[in-house]
Design a protein around this ligand. Structure first.
Ligand code: HEM
Length: 174
């Protein structure tokens, strides 16, 4: 049964790989400019002048917009998590391929926990616009500061592990 399914899906391997790689591109880079030039700048300025009303206003605007812009990344991630296992299933792959084992370890130990936190901070309980519109200023401020702490912790991790995961997948060094 599985072999028949694998044979039926075989001719679509490269199309699925195209979708996998295309969404890896979206996942990897869609928030880079917004974070580096809008969010980080606004928060660093606010950290230097925490009482400056313009700095607070810009910080709040930037992080609310970031909650919206991260939707691209958050659509791409599940597509990657669906197409990856499909490639694994159709292709000649198993966990004795060191590159794949190492890549999956990064996905499971770094990317998945990070994205779970990010989904919550951006779209669920931590969504800033929702908290502002519900007139919950304390929760709003706490969510903003929690998101900034998360970004300060997760950015170095993604800066290291995202290229490593792509390097492993493309070069398959071991
Ligand atoms: C965010 C996580 C992921 C990233 C950044 C990523 C990245 C990539 C890239 C760049 C390729 C293309 C390699 C090439 O062109 O030779 C690739 C291929 C592949 N990925 Fe992923 N991937 C991710 C998640 C997964 C997951 C969860 C699986 C699950 C098993 C997976 C399995 C595969 C397989 C089997 C291939 C095909 C290798 C080939 O045909 O050469 N990937 N991945």
């Amino acid at each position: 049964m599985l072999d028949t399914l694998r044979e039926l899906m075989g001719p679509f391997y490269l199309y699925i790989k195209f979708i996998h790689v295309f969404f890896v591109m979206i996942w990897s880079w869609s928030t880079a400019v917004a974070y580096s030039w809008y969010v980080k700048g606004a928060f660093v300025r606010w950290e230097k002048n925490p009482a400056d009303s313009l700095a607070i206003q810009r910080r709040n605007w930037a992080i609310e917009q970031f909650d919206k812009g991260v939707v691209l990344e958050h659509i791409a991630f599940p597509v990657i998590l669906i197409t990856g296992p499909l490639l694994y299933f159709i292709g000649p792959w198993n966990l004795s391929f060191g590159w794949l084992l190492a890549k999956l370890a990064i996905v499971i130990l770094v990317f998945v926990p990070m994205e779970v936190a990010d989904y919550w901070l951006s779209h669920f309980g931590g969504n800033k616009e929702k908290l502002r519109k519900r007139n919950l200023p304390e929760k709003y401020e706490r969510a903003i500061q929690l998101h900034w702490t998360f970004l300060k912790v997760s950015t170095p991790l993604i800066t290291i592990f995202m290229p490593v995961a792509i390097f492993l997948a493309v070069t398959k060094p071991f």
